[in-house]
Design a binder for this molecule. Sequence first.
Ligand code: MTE
Ligand code: MO
Length: 431
Amino acid sequence: MGSKRTSRRELLKSGGALAGGLAALGPTTASAQLSPYGTPVHDQMADMAAHDAPMIKGTKELVEYGQRSHYVTSMRMAHPMGGRASPDAFGKTFHIATPLQDSVGVITPSSLHYVATTRGAFVPDIDPKQHTLMIHGLVDRPLTFTIEDLKRLPSVTRLHFIECAGNRHNGRQKTVQESHGMTSCAEWTGVLLSTLLKECGLKSSATWFVAEGAEEVKGASSMPIAKAMDDCLVAYGMNGEAVRPQNGFPLRLMVPGFEGIFHTKWLRRIKTVDRYYMNYNDYGHLEKSPKDAALAFQIGPKSVITKPSGGQQLQGRGFYEISGLAWSGGGAIRSVEVSTDGGRKWNRAEIKETPQRMAHTRFGYPWNWDGNETEILSRCTDEIGQQQPTREQVAKYWNVPFDRSYRVPGLDNSVMPWRIAKDGSVTNGLA
Ligand SMILES: Nc1nc2c(c(=O)[nH]1)N[C@H]1C(S)=C(S)[C@@H](COP(=O)(O)O)O[C@H]1N2
Ligand SMILES: [Mo]
């Protein structure tokens, strides 16, 4: 009975604590209001109306496999990248973006994980009992593994992001789902590729490997063997259950920190070779030495504010926690900075959990909006000291004229500004 009252009181108390915290963090204007962070209790019985909510009827299906509340409507969307609808008239899907604006924490639920199919493909409906992974080429003992074989071997479980190289932003996107939604982060379980290559007796002449998927276009890529022996993962598990079909069921390759295209889904063959093999996927990666490739294939340090972000609405001035995600192919995120004045002053953000290597990292920054128009931005630095560049810096690097709304050359890990208008509306700061 009294628990509701207590929690309300605690909420208000924490509002008070926020006020203190804010004062310590920076100047608050005299007129800054810290309420409302909740609604004072006037009528306890009316306040308890939620107890009279209709019931969700238990069904066999709900007993066996749970479902989110029908009040929660966060959804993926067909991404305009490549200009193809998903699904198309044939039931093929191309690019599907994750709703980052609704994300909390760092794990993308499997149902909301982004999906990319390089040339648009039917998702293969693979019987895991029939599926095998062949490893051959420059090895002493070419071997074939069933899923059951793989599950007998020592497993690892790791949090890793994937990001499509086409995840870029300019002045055109309205929401963070459109501008940054081609990245997700999940907990992956499987066998280290190095474990399998050791089983096969990798020859020292092997410098590259080619990974191939089971669908019509194969999705094959060449990658340096050093990466295979370092941290590549042959994954059968995703967020505590089997990898979903759209994400590569029953087996996918994880190549932590490398461009998404390398994370071969429906993995069925790995060939170790002594040179770079030209494959369907390699149009973008010509003339790379194995040494250069390790860096060139790697995603740079990147971050974005997910709340507040484009299309959202601030409810008047006062306290807001700015929240966002940071990630890097270079390792763990070391620090994140947030600017609430268009990039003049950068302030250290709070990292919410121990950052994992090549994984999304949640950050937060306490902000007291004074009701004026402004721009909010984030930038991050990873464990090897790489800092996320502003668009000005990217333009300088490529020696191209600086244009806010322009498409930056190369992979786009530039800083993303969100504009806050006086009425509290949030829009793309590059538009
Ligand atoms: N076999 C195969 N693997 C593939 C692809 C593909 O089309 N076929 N798409 C790649 C691309 S372009 C990306 S960005 C990632 C996306 O992984 P996801 O769909 O699980 O998010 O998978 C990669 N692996
Ligand atoms: Mo991709």
